[in-house]
Design a protein around this ligand. Structure first.
Ligand SMILES: Cc1cc2nc3c(=O)[nH]c(=O)nc-3n(C[C@H](O)[C@H](O)[C@H](O)COP(=O)(O)OP(=O)(O)OC[C@H]3O[C@@H](n4cnc5c(N)ncnc54)[C@H](O)[C@@H]3O)c2cc1C
Ligand SMILES: *[C@@H]1O[C@H](CO)[C@@H](O)[C@H](O)[C@H]1NC(C)=O
Ligand SMILES: *[C@@H]1O[C@H](CO)[C@@H](O)[C@H](O)[C@H]1NC(C)=O
Ligand SMILES: *[C@@H]1O[C@H](CO)[C@@H](O)[C@H](O)[C@H]1NC(C)=O
Length: 428
């Protein structure tokens, strides 16, 4: 079957995974990345469940392991710094991952890895994005930000949680499909050389009043800080001028001041941080992921938020499934017959099957989050309630119960199986 000409908008985790898979199938792939270079930044992410299987099937486990973060486990501390139990990573390869997985990596490293293994076969164009698109029965034409017009068989929106492609495709419907869950999160790193090996543990402090702090380290020179709080308890932050980073920092600091443990050090780090990023967490839940010759993948289509611990796994699993269905219905691009084209109904069938196959998995991951506009509101917040949480954490850690991945995070796919794609196994 002939070669498909595919435009992928967004060179992040999902976009690069898809580019890797589709180019392996011999299709002609262009990635448009809005950033002037590959955007290899972000904090620590991990792979779980089907995300790990995808990594293995794509033959990338070894390359991944060469870049992982040596985090050992998760400990909970109280305001006095006393430790309340510990969950080590489970490296047995059996059962669910722990909070710290056997597959921890900095987002930038994963993004760079996926780019490195794709770039020989894929055309990357940086500093560009799609302005408009129009479709006929035979092709889709896009107008790029530099004024160029180009035709493709398929356009993929892999442009993340703030997706422009989603808005272009679904208009107002796209806006109402993004549900804030009532949680603010601030992310940044603090420059401080590692002093003791213990620092390669993730450490969490849960505070009364719906807020928490986590630190983790992936680098001997600096550690990462994650500050989470309920939107309703952060009025000043809510009123911060959008994009005014200093104002956001002050709003966030106000929420956490006096929380104990090493909060003061972290707030000094916050004031100095040059990589601070604040997000209002939101789930993307669309009724459909494609229309005509445009399809969405990753956070653009089904951002599950950092609360689920599954964003990266959903991104790579979605990209792999989409590539697999395209391979199944539209074939590979190695036996190109110049005058032949892939019939539109085959493409439509592939996009439909992608959604049909993946949606049960996404629904499970997003369950209970997609429809909550005050996610933290339901969690314990009184001093007494928090004390109970600490005691339960301590008991479950003593009993080595596997609770985090299953109940707090969304690794349990409830029986959903990653489909087999023979066509991908045999790809070059
Ligand atoms: C800079 C950055 C840092 C992140 N840090 C974290 C983190 O610390 N922890 C975490 O859990 N998740 C983080 N994420 C989100 C995480 O990568 C995703 O949840 C997940 O991996 C799914 O990836 P994705 O490819 O769908 O989206 P992303 O990884 O967000 O990738 C989207 C890509 O599209 C590009 N883009 C955006 N708009 C356009 C456009 N109009 N045209 C072309 N390209 C466009 C972006 O520059 C980006 O490269 C981060 C994302 C980014 C972009
Ligand atoms: C993709 O198509 C363009 C022309 O449309 C061609 O120049 C390029 O070499 C092709 N790339 C691959 C990998 O087939
Ligand atoms: C890892 O998980 C497996 C399977 O659930 C379990 O048997 C094993 O004891 C766990 N190991 C650790 C270190 O928690
Ligand atoms: C992580 O913390 C646990 C419990 O506090 C400790 O026993 C362990 O040594 C720490 N890990 C590392 C890598 O030091």
């Amino acid at each position: 079957m002939p070669q498909l000409k595919v435009l992928i908008c967004g060179g992040g985790i999902a976009g690069n995974t898809l580019a890797f898979c589709l180019s392996k199938l011999g299709h002609n792939i262009t990635v448009l990345e809005r950033h002037p270079e590959i955007r290899a930044s972000g904090l620590q992410v991990d792979l779980r469940g089907p995300g790990i299987q995808v990594l293995r099937r794509l033959g990338l486990e070894e390359a991944f392991r060469a870049r992982t973060v040596p985090e050992q486990g998760l400990q909970l501390v109280d305001a006095k710094g006393k430790s309340w139990g510990y969950f080590p990573a489970n490296k047995s390869g059996k059962g669910f991952q722990s909070f710290t997985t056997d597959f921890e990596i900095m987002r930038g490293e994963l993004c760079q890895l996926l780019y490195d293994v794709s770039k020989e076969r894929v055309e990357y164009q940086f500093g560009k994005w799609v302005r408009e698109s129009s479709e006929t029965e035979a092709y889709i034409e896009v107008l790029l930000s530099d004024g160029a017009r180009e035709r493709f068989d398929l356009v993929v929106g892999a442009d993340g949680s703030g997706s422009q492609m989603r808005k272009m495709l679904f208009g107002d419907e796209a806006c109402s499909a993004v549900h804030p869950i009532g949680v603010y999160a601030g992310y940044f790193t603090i420059r401080q050389p590692v002093r003791q090996a213990e620092e390669y543990n993730a450490t969490v402090l849960i505070c009364p009043g719906h807020k928490g702090i986590m630190t983790r380290r992936g680098d001997p020179e600096k550690y990462q800080a994650y500050l989470l709080c309920r939107e309703k308890c952060a009025t000043r932050l809510g009123n911060a001028r959008k994009g005014d980073v200093e104002d956001e920092k002050r709003g966030l600091a106000e929420v956490f001041r006096g929380a104990g443990w090493k909060t003061e050090e972290i707030l000094r780090g916050l004031a100095d941080a040059d990589d601070f990023y604040c997000e209002r967490m939101a789930v993307a839940a669309l009724d459909r992921w494609s229309r005509g010759r445009v399809v969405l993948v990753g956070d653009a289509a089904y951002c599950p938020t950092a609360m689920t611990g599954m964003g990266t796994s959903c991104g790579v699993t979605g990209a792999y499934t989409l590539a697999g269905e395209i391979g199944k219905y539209c074939g590979n691009g190695f036996n190109t017959d110049e005058c032949d084209v892939v019939a539109k109904d085959r493409l439509t069938a592939a996009l439909t099957k992608y959604e049909e196959t993946l949606r049960p998995f996404i629904t499970t991951v997003q369950k209970g989050i997609a429809d909550s506009d005050d996610y933290m509101g339901g969690l314990p917040s009184s001093a007494m309630g928090i004390r109970l949480v600490y005691i339960m954490f301590w008991i479950t850690s003593l009993l080595r119960l596997d609770v985090l991945a299953k109940w707090v995070l969304r690794e349990d796919t409830k029986g959903w199986q990653l489909p087999e794609y023979k066509v991908m196994d045999h790809a070059e």
